[in-house]
Design a protein around this ligand. Sequence first.
Ligand code: DX5
Ligand code: ZN
Length: 226
Amino acid sequence: MTEGTSPLLQISPSILSADFANLERELDRIGNADWAHVDVMDAHFVPNLTLGLPVVEALQKVSPIPLDCHLMIEDPDRWAPSYAEAGAGSVTFHVEAAQDPVRLARALRSAGARAAMALKPGTPFAPYEDLLPELDMVLVMTVEPGFGGQSFMADQMPKVTQVREAVRRHGGEVWIQVDGGVSASTIEQCAEAGADVFVAGSAVYGADDAAAAVDRLRELARSHTH
Ligand code: DX5
Ligand code: ZN
């Protein structure tokens, strides 16, 4: 593939694996990434509790790159638009928790964010294909949401391909994100399956040189994208 026609591949390091006592410095370590992935967990939708709106508002003020907020929370219809209003570039809700995903996606877009829908490993894509025109990204989870550092679920790759084919059929520009266990040894199969936005927590923040890890992941993804 020649330069210029190659698809946009983006890396979104998850700060879940960063040092929570030094988040500004941790964001600066990944200034060469496309997004900073922020995992919001409410101890109800997932069995873990991380951070919420006040912290996202603070991060928004100091982050060198746009925030990619992944909301693993109950009742996103009620809470998600505030993250868009806080200035997050992208806001992802879980469709399993949403009451009215179309209305929610429209609210996110009208608040100025990209609207994204996430699917847990056990959630099929087909029932939600009709939502594609309302969405800017679909997140295919490659672990059960809740914790960083889990093993990559290769059995989610057919779902990534299914979303990619649906996006081609529908036209438009919907990005496909993978999240969970993405590393130098698993990113190639994600790219081959059709993903174009790659979340990596432990693979980036576990490295001595986080920025180098971001570049390496981007290179590996690029060489396996068709
Ligand atoms: C899991 C989170 C992920 C997690 C990824 O629920 O959504 O973003 O931080 O961490 P790794 O890359 O370590 O699997
Ligand atoms: Zn995430």
